[in-house]
Design a protein around this ligand. Structure first.
Ligand code: URA
Length: 239
């Protein structure tokens, strides 16, 4: 048996003092029941402990996996109708969760982890990790388009985007670098220029690049890569 606050500390959730506050605030569940007493004992080998709904795995090795997602599958843990990204995970990684999402028809770099706390931090909009997309689209990128992205383009529904980088690669081909993750962001940004996207692939996220990972395949990040990912531009206090 182990104390709940110690369990969370071993799961990588910040300092013991903050953990006590988090537990007292009712954000932690053990086997589906909210527990507000930091000293409460639990059976660590079988208990399912969640923080804000995300499972916390005590003392387990933090895993971050990179996938080269193929088109034609949705980013979801399960789906009644569609094929999901989980079907491309090797057996031993089935408990990992995707960090963020790519559209069904978008290919490319998608991360997974077993660490709810890391996922939560990486997804914070304040963190603003740069993501680069390769796009094939209708029409030709002009200097005016590049300037509109740099100023923060306005989508057809009036949503204002953060400044982004648009780089022309050739006729109907470009790179788009964004620091946010709105729904269908790149497709909608390109559509606002009247240049609908025909093909989209995420090629990098922060310091990580897809490089030559084959489509549908995964690889674990090294410790150094995880450290770099965690340190990029992280000045937000989560707790
Ligand atoms: N922008 C999109 O339009 N789709 C994605 O999957 C990711 C970014």
């Amino acid at each position: 048996m182990q104390r709940l606050d110690k369990y969370l500390s071993e799961a990588g959730v910040e300092s013991r003092r903050k953990i006590k506050d988090i537990i007292r605030a009712g954000r932690v569940c053990v086997n589906g029941t909210v527990v507000t007493i930091p000293e409460q004992k639990l059976e660590e080998s079988t208990a399912v402990v969640t923080l804000d709904g995300k499972e916390m795995l005590r003392g387990s090795r933090m895993i971050v996996l990179m996938m080269n997602k193929p088109a034609g599958c949705v980013t979801a843990a399960s789906d009644a109708k569609e094929k999901t990204v989980m079907e491309y995970l090797p057996k031993e990684y089935k408990r990992l969760m995707p960090i963020g999402r790519l559209d069904k028809e978008t290919e490319g770099l998608l991360l997974f982890t077993n660490d709810g706390y890391l996922a939560h931090r990486l997804l914070s909009p304040k963190r603003g990790i740069e993501k680069t997309y390769y796009a094939e689209h209708e029409g030709t990128v002009t200097q005016e388009d590049i300037d509109r992205f740099a100023d923060g383009c306005i989508l057809k529904d009036g949503t204002k985007c953060l400044p982004a980088v648009l780089e022309k690669l050739g006729e109907g081909k470009c790179l788009v670098r964004v620091r946010e993750g709105k729904y269908h962001q790149v497709r909608r940004m390109m559509a606002s220029l009247h240049k609908p996207v025909r093909y989209l692939r995420r090629i990098s996220e922060g310091t990580l690049e897809l490089k030559d990972l084959p489509l549908g395949m995964t690889r674990e990040l090294t410790k150094e890569e995880i450290q770099q990912l965690e340190s990029v531009n992280f000045d937000e206090k989560f707790f």
